[in-house]
Design a protein around this ligand. Structure first.
Ligand SMILES: [Zn+2]
Length: 105
């Protein structure tokens, strides 16, 4: 009985400490934003990139705003290529561009 009460107190304290939301940088506009405002793009293989809706996809990831504009910026300023350390082909970019429209607010 006593033991479980102590556990509860510890858990509460941990939650209070984790007040600040996790932030990530958009590879397009390079702004720090709440993770929830961004979407993660994960590299599955050399020529396969997916939008990671769960945030649990394995592989190297980059964060981007849910906007086509930032996707364009990330492509132009080579933010993607820097993050993934590889070339991103126009085909991949076009595929991502089509997909991001579904996430745009
Ligand atoms: Zn952005």
């Amino acid at each position: 009985m006593m033991k479980s009460m102590m556990m509860n107190t510890t858990m509460k304290n941990t939650m209070v400490k984790k007040k600040s939301k996790p932030q990530r940088k958009c590879v397009g506009c390079n702004e720090m934003k709440d993770k929830s405002q961004l979407i993660r793009i994960a590299k599955i293989s050399d020529d396969e990139f997916v939008f990671d809706k769960t945030g649990k996809q394995n592989g190297r990831g980059a964060y981007i705003c849910k906007s086509k504009e930032c996707l364009e910026k990330a492509f132009r300023n080579k933010g993607f290529e820097r993050s993934f350390k590889c070339k991103i082909s126009t085909e991949i970019y076009n595929g991502l561009e089509q997909e991001i429209q579904a996430y745009e607010a």
